[in-house]
Ligand binder design. Structure first.
Ligand code: TXA
Ligand code: MG
Length: 317
C-alpha cells in the first residue's frame, strides 16, 4: 500500500516488517537495524547477496556513538558539514551491531537522511533503520513511490510516499584507512565538495570478487535493455542500423529519425537537475520496448563524475 501515514509505517517497523521509505537520494527498503529478523527480510526481499552490507540510518549526529566507535576527527568534520544529507560514513562498528548488517565486517555504514518523512519516522522510533536502496539487487534505484511499487508490488505492506527524491542518486560513501578518508562510492555529494572539507580523497582499488564497497561492482544500476555509453552519439547510432534506439542525453536533444524515445537530463545543462532525473529517465527508456539505449557521457567534473560512474555500471559488458 502506498501511504503517507507515518503511524502505519511505525507499527510495521516495530513488528519487524520491512517498509519502503523516501530519502533525499533514492527510496530505501527499511527495517529495524537491531532486529536480525528484519535485516534477514531485507536481504531476501532484495535478493541481495549476504556479502553486501547495509547502510544504517540514524536520526542525527548525536546518535553516531550508539552505532560507531573510534571515530576519526575527519569523519566528525564530514558529519558536521553534510548531515543530515547524502553522505555515508563507513566507521568501526559498535559490538552490538549485527554482523548480518555489516556482512561480517568490523565496520558499519551510517548516514542521517535529509528528507522530512525519513527524519519524522526516525524520530518516532527507538531504533535506527537499516536500508538499502529499494530495488532488486543490480537494477536501477527507485526515485518515486511508483518505482518501488513497480518492483515490489504485493511484497511490501507499506510504501511511504515522500514524493520524487530531490537528489536522485545514492549517497556518496567515504571510508577511512587510519585517519585518511577514502572514496568508496561516487554519489550525490561531489568529490570536490568533500575535498573542500577534508582535503584530497584516496580511491579504493577495485576488486569485483571481494569488494571493499560492493556498490563499486562493475555491473549494477542496470536497465534490462542493452545500454551503451559514448561521447559521440551520432556516429554510434550509425553502427546500429534498423534497431529501435533510445537516447539518454545531457542537454541537447538530437534530431534523428532512428531514435524512438529520447530523454534529455537537463536542457539548461544543470548537473544537479540531470542527477535528479537520471534514474527516472532510465526507467522510462527501459519501459519503451527498445533494442538498445545509447547514453551520452557527461563532462567529468562535479556530479558529472557520479552520473558517468552509474552509466559505466549500466552498460552492456
Ligand atoms: O543514498 C543511499 O545511500 C541509499 C538510501 C536509501 O540511503 N542507500 C543505498 O544503500 O544506496 P545500498 O545498500 O543500495 O548501498 C549501500 C552501499 C553498498 O554498496 C554497500 O556495499 C556499501 O554501501 N557498504 C555498506 N556497509 C559497508 C561497509 N561496512 N564497508 C564498505 N561498504 C559498505
Ligand atoms: Mg543500491
Amino acid at each position: 500500500m502506498i501511504t503517507t501515514n507515518l503511524n502505519i509505517a511505525k507499527i510495521a517497523l516495530m513488528n519487524e516488517e520491512i517498509i519502503a521509505m523516501p530519502t533525499e537520494t533514492v527510496y530505501g527498503l527499511a527495517g529495524n537495524a537491531y532486529s536480525e529478523a528484519a535485516v534477514k527480510k531485507i536481504f531476501s526481499l532484495k535478493k541481495r547477496p549476504l556479502y553486501n552490507p547495509l547502510i544504517v540510518h540514524i536520526k542525527s549526529v548525536d546518535f553516531l556513538g550508539n552505532v560507531a566507535m573510534d571515530i576519526p576527527a575527519k569523519a566528525i568534520k564530514l558529519a558536521e558539514a553534510f548531515w543530515p544529507g547524502s553522505l555515508t560514513l563507513v566507521l568501526k562498528k559498535q559490538s552490538h551491531i549485527s554482523s548480518l548488517v555489516t556482512a561480517g565486517k568490523d565496520t558499519v555504514a551510517i548516514r542521517v537522511p535529509n528528507h522530512p518523512v525519513a527524519l519524522d519516522l526516525l524520530d518516532k522510533l527507538t531504533f535506527p533503520l537499516a536500508a538499502p536502496s529499494a530495488n532488486p539487487f543490480g537494477s536501477i534505484s527507485p526515485t518515486t513511490a511508483a518505482h518501488v511499487s513497480n518492483y515490489f508490488n504485493d511484497d511490501l505492506a507499506v510504501i511511504l510516499d515522500g514524493g520524487t527524491c530531490e537528489n536522485g542518486v545514492e549517497s556518496t560513501i567515504i571510508g577511512f584507512k587510519n585517519e585518511d578518508p577514502i572514496l568508496y562510492r561516487y554519489g550525490s555529494i561531489s568529490v570536490e565538495e568533500i575535498e573542500a572539507v577534508v582535503g584530497t580523497l584516496k580511491y579504493i582499488t577495485h576488486n569485483d570478487t571481494k569488494p571493499d564497497a560492493p556498490g563499486m561492482l562493475s555491473r549494477h544500476y542496470a536497465p534490462a535493455t542493452a545500454t551503451y555509453l559514448t561521447d559521440d552519439i551520432n556516429s554510434f547510432i550509425k553502427s546500429f542500423p534498423g534497431k529501435r534506439i533510445g537516447l539518454l542525453v545531457f542537454k541537447n536533444e538530437m534530431i534523428n529519425l532512428d531514435v524512438i524515445h529520447q530523454e534529455v537530463l537537463s536542457t539548461t545543462g544543470d548537473m544537479k537537475e540531470a542527477t535528479k532525473n537520471l534514474y527516472a529517465a532510465l526507467f522510462r527508456l527501459d519501459k519503451s520496448n527498445l533494442d538498445i539505449i545509447i547514453a551520452e557521457k557527461l563532462p567529468e567534473h562535479g556530479l558529472g563524475k557520479t552520473i558517468n560512474d552509474r552509466l559505466e555500471r549500466a552498460i552492456k559488458k
